[in-house]
Design a protein around this ligand. Structure first.
Ligand code: FAD
Length: 437
């Protein structure tokens, strides 16, 4: 039995990981590298691996962590259990949010919030009330903004806590995104065990983490083809007979998994309805410095264009470069910045960071690289969240995977890998039914 998986992003890779031992897998990827949005390149000047943007995983990413364990690349993950998020406001105020490790989850989070000195004491209590309501009563079909208004969050709690959290985890403005996803984030990341709430940070480029998938598939007799863009799915009634590549080659298949983003799916000639999605950009500005800069591993900036500053050396990234400091400045939901020239953007963002950290004007990056991901993630508005599709399609032997599938999770690596497992499980059931019937 041959299963064609279209799309070599992390969703397609996960489906291939699960299906390789079940049937003959052929993974088709249009680009010359696997990984899709979880891929990296080597920056020629610094020699460093640079991803499509800074990615953070969490201890609750069970499927992703199991995939990487099987691929033998877990040693390139930094498990940061006693994480500290430094906050800096444009006015120069500073605070740290960090968990207390030897306590039950809810107590740990409560303790961190009670000590969160950027907010006044009434703001903190209102915030704790809002979080309690979020995990006990928020449900699908309402935007984060509507919910936060309903539970009367103060402007300060909104600006300093909620908006940065929503931008960072959902890559969307609070008014645009469904509140059920925020509830999932808070429950899994903050109210789970110490292990689940740990940040898990790649110490190598994402391409290195997934590279062994090719030999994994080959070991079971399957194959990976790069630069193999699928033009259409070949239909035979309500089933797929195979796929046709750009260039005309037709490859027959018993089962097809379409692990491509919705805008790519729409071009494949399949009768599958895609919800009306729009996408949100993420910009990641990589900066390299000749000198060591005394910045924390991870800082949230409030009131600036730049939302996050990551210090790669402090986060144990294996830089292997001659530069002493590598920073990544991240801007989520960056639609308004799309038309700004890169050099102007870098100048503006570095000036913000330099001024917030009170660094002298003489400190300037020796080299920079900007990664603009225009379609970084789909935005799950309340209407879209209700319409995210399941892995099954109207076609008997065609299944879907991808971060946008109905997993109940935001558009993240874990949503993509979990959808890959769901697709693989459904393929197995389909094959077993065929064998028994
Ligand atoms: C800058 C950035 C930062 C992010 N940060 C985080 C983070 O911190 N934590 C987190 O969990 N998630 C993060 N994400 C989200 C995460 O990267 C994605 O949710 C995940 O990678 C999506 O994987 P996917 O396999 O569903 O889709 P994709 O990675 O888009 O894979 C789809 C693949 O299909 C291929 N394809 C498309 N059409 C065809 C065709 N016709 N024929 C053959 N191949 C085709 C594409 O080339 C691509 O390789 C971030 C994303 C970006 C862009």
């Amino acid at each position: 039995m041959r299963c064609i998986i279209v799309g070599g992003g992390i969703a397609g890779i996960t489906a291939a990981w699960k299906l390789a031992s079940v049937c003959q897998v052929l993974l088709l990827e249009q680009r010359s590298v696997l990984g899709g949005r979880t891929s990296s390149l080597v920056d020629r000047v610094s020699g460093e691996e640079v991803d499509t943007g800074q990615h953070l995983l969490m201890g609750c990413y069970q499927t992703t962590l199991q995939l990487l364990a099987d691929l033998g690349t877990s040693q390139w993950l930094y498990q940061w259990q006693d994480w500290q998020i430094h906050f800096r406001t444009v006015e120069g105020k500073a605070a740290v949010l960090s968990p207390g490790l030897r306590m039950p989850a809810a107590a740990r989070f409560l303790r961190a919030l009670v000590r969160f000195s950027l907010l006044s004491i009434p703001d903190r209590w209102r915030l704790i009330y809002g979080i309690t309501k979020l995990v006990t009563s928020a449900s699908v079909g309402q935007s984060c903004e509507q919910f936060l208004r309903e539970v009367r969050q103060t402007p300060a709690a909104h600006q300093i806590f909620w908006r940065p959290l929503i931008l960072a985890t959902l890559n969307a403005e609070p008014a645009d995104v469904d509140v059920s996803l925020l509830r999932t984030v808070v429950q899994q990341a903050f109210l789970g065990s110490v292990h689940e709430g740990a940040f898990v940070i790649p110490r190598r480029g994402l391409s290195a983490l997934i590279a062994p998938i090719t030999s994994w598939i080959q070991r079971y007799g399957g194959a990976v083809r790069l630069q193999a863009a699928v033009e259409q799915v070949c239909l035979n009634g309500d089933s797929a007979a195979g796929v046709q590549l750009r260039g005309g080659e037709v490859i027959p298949a018993d089962v097809v998994v379409l692990a491509v983003p919705p805008y790519a799916l729409q071009k494949l000639g399949v009768p599958i309805t895609v919800p009306p999605l729009h996408y949100s950009p993420i910009f990641s500005i990589y900066l390299w410095f000749a000198e060591e800069l005394p910045l924390p591993p991870m800082t949230a900036l409030v009131g600036t264009t730049v939302q996050w500053v990551f210090h790669r050396q402090q986060l144990q990234f294996q830089t292997g470069s001659q530069f002493q400091t590598s920073l990544v400045l991240v801007i989520s939901a960056a639609r308004d910045l799309l038309s700004i020239p890169v050099s102007q953007l870098v100048e503006h963002c570095w000036e913000e960071v330099r001024s917030v950290f009170r660094l002298p004007p003489s400190v300037r990056p020796a080299h920079f690289r900007v990664m603009k991901e225009v379609k970084a993630t789909p935005v799950f508005t309340p209407a879209v969240q209700l319409q995210r599709p399941a892995v099954q399609t109207p076609l008997q032997n065609v299944f879907l995977a991808g971060d946008w599938i109905q997993t109940g999770l935001p558009a993240t690596i874990e949503s993509a890998t979990y959808s890959g497992v769901l697709a693989a499980t459904t393929v197995q059931q389909y094959l077993q039914k065929g064998a028994s019937g």
